[in-house]
Ligand binder design. Structure first.
Ligand code: ATP
Ligand code: LTN
Length: 334
C-alpha cells in the first residue's frame, strides 16, 4: 500500500433497508471514487453507531449481513478496498474516548441529527446518541482520510470532525489529516416521494415516500408513478415544483443527464411520460444490484471472508494512528 495515495473513508449504519437516497447520495460515489487509482478507500458498516437506537439482536444481525452484501452488489470491490464492521476494529472506540474528551457539550448540542433523533427517541435519550459525532470523527481520523463521500445531511458532522482534528493537532502537534466532505453534484439530497420538503428516509412512516434498493421492481416503479408533483404540466425546475425537481434529480442521477438536458428531453411532454421514464431509469438501476445481491446471499462463506480480511486490513492502518495519539496524550506505553 502506498502512503502517497489520497485516502477515502465512509460508512453507513446497518439500521434497516437501504433507500435509493442512500445509494444515490452515498454508495454510488463510493463505487466511482474507489474504482480508479487515485484513492485508497476503506468502507465501514457503522454497527456501533446503530446501537444508539435500541436494536432487536436478530434483526440487527440480518440488517448487517444484508448491508454487507449490498455494498458489494452496488459495485464495491472488497479485494481492492477493505469492507469491515466498525465493531471488529477496537481502535474506533479507543480513539472515540480521546475525542469525546476533546469535544464540547455545546458542539454536540448543536448537531441537527442529534436534535432530530432526540425528538424521535425521547424514551431512550442515551449518551451514545449525544456523543455519536465524536465516534464518527474517530472513524474518519483513524484512517487519515482526505475525503469522506456522504449525502449533505452529514456535512455538519464533517465540520465537527475537522474542528476536532485541528484542535488535537494544535494541542499535541500535527497528528491528523483534516478531511473534507465529498457530496455528489446530483443526488446529494433525495427527497421523500410523498413530501418533497422531507429527506427520503427509511424510517419514514409512509412507505410510498421511499424506494428501497430491494423493493420488488414493479413496486418501485409504482412508487415513482404515485409521487406527488404539482398542478402544472411542465418538466422544469422552479418555484413550487419541488416534487418534479426531486424526480429530475433521481432521473439525472440514474442516467447521468443534467437538469438542462432533462428539460430539453421532456419539452412539450407531460408528467405522465416523464414519470414513466423515471420509473424505467430507477428499475434499470435497481435490477443489476438485486441480481448480484441474490447471488451473494447464497454465499455466506464468501461474505464472512470479506469482513474478516477487511477488519484485518483496516486494523493495521487504524492502529498506527491510535498508537500515535495514545503516545501524544501521555498514556504510558503498555
Ligand atoms: P435514517 O433514515 O434511519 O436516519 P438514513 O436513511 O438517513 O437513516 P444513514 O445511514 O444515516 O441513512 O445514511 C447513510 C448515507 O446515506 C449517508 O452518507 C447519508 O448522507 C446518505 N443519505 C441518507 N439519506 C439520503 C438522501 N435522502 N439523499 C441523499 N443521501 C442520503
Ligand atoms: N453518521 C453516518 C454514518 C457514519 C459515517 C461514519 C459516515 C458513521 N461513521 C464515518 C462517514 C464516515 C450516517 O450516515 N448517518
Amino acid at each position: 500500500m502506498s502512503d502517497t495515495k489520497k485516502r477515502i473513508l465512509s460508512g453507513i449504519q446497518p439500521s434497516g433497508a437501504l433507500t435509493l437516497g442512500n445509494y444515490l447520495g452515498a454508495l454510488r460515489n463510493w463505487v466511482e471514487l474507489s474504482r480508479g487509482d487515485e484513492y485508497e478507500a476503506f468502507f465501514m458498516l457503522a454497527d456501533m453507531h446503530t446501537i444508539t437506537v435500541r436494536q432487536t439482536p436478530k434483526d440487527f444481525r440480518k440488517n448487517a449481513m444484508d448491508l454487507l452484501a449490498l455494498f458489494i452488489a452496488c459495485g464495491l470491490d472488497p479485494e481492492k478496498s477493505p469492507i469491515f464492521f466498525q465493531s471488529h476494529v477496537p481502535a474506533h472506540s479507543m480513539l472515540a474516548w480521546v475525542l469525546i474528551c476533546n469535544t464540547y457539550m455545546g458542539e454536540l448540542s448543536r448537531m441537527t441529527q442529534y436534535k432530530d433523533k432526540a425528538k424521535k427517541h425521547a424514551s431512550n435519550l442515551n449518551a451514545g446518541l449525544f456523543t455519536y459525532p465524536s465516534l464518527m470523527a474517530a472513524d474518519i481520523l483513524l484512517y487519515q482520510a482526505d475525503l469522506v463521500p456522504v449525502g449533505n445531511d452529514q456535512n455538519q458532522h464533517l465540520e465537527l470532525t475537522r474542528d476536532l482534528a485541528n484542535r488535537f493537532n494544535n494541542a499535541y502537534s500535527e497528528t491528523f489529516k483534516v478531511p473534507s466532505a465529498y457530496n455528489p453534484k446530483v443526488g446529494a439530497r433525495i427527497m421523500s416521494l410523498q413530501d418533497p420538503a422531507q429527506k427520503m428516509s427509511k424510517s419514514d412512516t409512509n412507505e410510498n415516500g421511499y424506494i428501497l434498493l430491494l423493493d420488488p421492481l414493479d413496486r418501485a416503479a409504482n412508487k415513482i408513478k404515485r409521487a406527488v408533483t404539482d398542478s402544472g404540466s411542465e418538466v422544469k425546475r422552479g418555484e413550487g415544483k419541488a416534487g418534479i425537481e426531486n424526480l429530475m434529480s433521481i432521473y439525472g442521477a440514474c442516467t447521468g443527464k443534467s437538469f438542462d438536458e432533462i428539460e430539453t428531453e421532456f419539452e412539450g411532454k407531460g408528467y405522465g411520460d416523464f414519470k414513466k421514464a423515471v420509473a424505467e431509469a430507477v428499475v434499470e438501476t435497481l435490477r443489476p444490484i438485486q441480481e448480484k445481491y441474490a447471488d451473494l446471499m447464497k454465499n455466506k462463506d464468501y461474505l464472512k471472508q470479506v469482513y474478516k480480511s477487511g477488519a484485518e486490513r483496516a486494523t493495521r492502518v487504524a492502529n498506527k494512528t491510535l498508537a500515535k495519539v495514545y503516545r501524544k496524550v501521555g498514556f504510558i506505553e503498555p
